[in-house]
Ligand binder design. Sequence first.
Ligand code: NAD
Ligand code: MG
Length: 355
Amino acid sequence: MKELSIQASNHLYKVHIGSGLRHSIGSLIKGSYPQILIITDSEVAPLYLEDVKQSFSEGRVDTAVIPAGEQSKCMHQYEQLLTACIENGLDRNSLVVALGGGVVGDLAGFVAATYMRGIDYIQVPTTILAHDSSVGGKVAINHEQGKNMIGCFYSPTQVLYDIETLRTLPFYEIRSGYAEIVKHGCLDNPGLFKDVISRKLTSDIQEEVLIDHLLQGIAIKSAIVEQDEKEKGVRKYLNLGHTLGHAIESEAGYGRLTHGEAVAIGLLFAMYVSREKLGADMPITELYDWLEQHGYPLDALKSLNSSHLIARMKKDKKSSAGIVNMVLLQKLGEPTMMEFQDQELNDLLNHFQEE
Ligand code: NAD
Ligand code: MG
């Protein structure tokens, strides 16, 4: 089992990564909780819920299962889960367990953050993408008009990552998670970027390779978050590829593309803009070829209206007064921010699509 510590503003928490951890969640958690609510989704539940439930030898354990998919990160599911907390009698000494991908993590984390003004929760990530979402303490639900519009900063007390659960992921979810690993490499570790895009992703990636990639991704993210938990400065860099990525996700309709697929297109665009505006030497062709080879939906932009996308980008949390703030790269490993007006962004987007 590998271990990593992360300093949040109020507490230090550990990330454990290992094979088969789901069978020992109950014994690995710090502290004792008389009452536990495991929140998971309809796809993860039949696979792993019973294992995690069985791992608790003390405390009353209740479960709540939400429909799988991004659409569940909404007001309605949020309210249903709060009702489940109340009906199961959870109090301030209770624990929420978020068992699943980023959707369950963000939603269950937001429930834990707001129920009775905040109770403890742990993350038990089951997707590759969740190496990103389970650390750093951002929890949220979506609004019709924008992703993650309602949320807060609330770190888990532990992250227990069972690598074995990743074996049941469909290939497009592996691809989706790897987009964030590629992003982390672009931000702070060109070696990781190059290593990933020199490989052919498959459904049975070697365990040591996967653990290594996940740990490197988490280390990059946590180093940034430790410097700037509330996103006043450097944490903004983690949004590389997300300004356009989020706009694509919401414009296409949540759930049409995976988060990582949309981010991958956003990453390519960020590299393109970095080359056009900063003269940066970017491995655009290498990244494009690798994405294409793995079936990332690179054509998705064609069916989307540019002015709608720009309107969405202006609503992004990083934008202010209608000016879009994008993360660019001076070179691999050296992010920077740049502001854009509508027209310029529109031209860049149109030229990018032509290339
Ligand atoms: P997800 O949670 O929807 O999981 C993807 C799909 O895989 C779902 O259908 C799920 O049921 C299924 N699944 C999960 N684990 C499985 C397993 N082990 N075997 C088989 N199927 C499994 O999506 P995701 O990609 O994990 O997360 C995306 C979400 O994370 C987005 O909402 C995004 O905004 C959020 N996110 C948050 C942060 C953050 O810092 N909080 C960072 C990145 C992304
Ligand atoms: Mg993301």
